[in-house]
Design a binder for this molecule. Sequence first.
Ligand SMILES: *Cc1c(COP(=O)(O)O)cnc(C)c1O
Length: 393
Amino acid sequence: MKETNGNDVFMNTYHRLPAVFSKGNGVRLTDTGGKTYLDFTSGIAVSCLGHGHPALVEAISSQAAKLIHTSNYFQSDTALAFAEKLIEACGAAGLRKVFLGNSGAEANEGACKIARKYSLLKHGPGRHRIVTLKGSFHGRTITTLAATGQDKFHKDFGPFTEGFVYIPSGDIGALDRALDSSVCGLLIEPIQGESGIRPQDEGYLREAARLCAERDILLMFDEIQSGVGRTGTFLACEAYGIQPDIVTLAKGLAGGVPVGAVLGGGKTADVFGNGDHGSTFGGNPLAAAAGLAVLGIVDDPAFLADITRKGNVIVETVRSWSHPKVRDVRGRGLMTGIDIDADAWPVLEAALSKGLLLLSAGPQTLRLLPPYIITDAEIQEGLEIIRSVLDAL
Ligand SMILES: *Cc1c(COP(=O)(O)O)cnc(C)c1O
């Protein structure tokens, strides 16, 4: 097969690396030429159980043989079981009902709709604004692009959905001023992913939660990247001890099968009424079966503790290099950012040629999102490749 970036058949949306994969096993992917690669990306935090995990394969294939889709006008035993288990997994965050869709952007759209309707019913019109943070990433639809607080995403596609306000993260004064009587919701990634793996300050999030509760503004956590165990707790917000009004999930939730979720608690679980929202594919039995398999493995204290331990191994190993090209390493669990003193893209290319898949997050940050099932030996193998690439810069 010829070397390709796919642009002859796919629209030109991705800066693709030149690799064409045909199979995967565990933390390794194999390209059509037979070369294997260590996967430190999990397909952007999606393939959290790695590739070809037996429990996931068995769940998907047996569900495919039984029932793939019903539409949401009916229930399926598998989707009911998945919803119950997901709510249980999110119990520490005080969430008790879920809406299932297909993607992260769709989940955030649902969250914004709930915030607007909640506020309209309770406080009347004129309170439709949603505050988000600069540097955030919330999706690619017109509304979730509007929610995304980064100018680079806003050129060319306006006009956007009206009513989004951006404030700098970490600035409590700006937060206090922004959360005025025109605002129905505050949407935050507890750890910003796309823009560089930046955990929010705990005091800031606590103050955000306090202000939102005081002003009856919905606190909405976008945990599409940080959720489902990625940071060593089922939701990243558990580590802050904060109970948000809404949480959105997607990426790792079904280990690679598309699914997204909006979870609501006390104020928000019953805001939607009949006909208010929907999704044809959302949470179909196939996706639900995959999600159940993921939750069966990930929602386990010992498994989650090991994610934390492995993440610490990564951070400590990179720190121990004292590498002149490494400016900072940070993260939580298996969500790590390494700021380097060089452009990230050539590092991704060099790592690829040495058999390691890596992502960037911003121009000079390497983003490590390996599958949860990675072994300590595989961690060291991948980190050694990163070190050798940095040495050669
Ligand atoms: C990936 C991501 C999204 C968008 O998810 P899609 O499934 O691509 O629509 C939204 N928010 C965050 C934090 C993400 O990481």
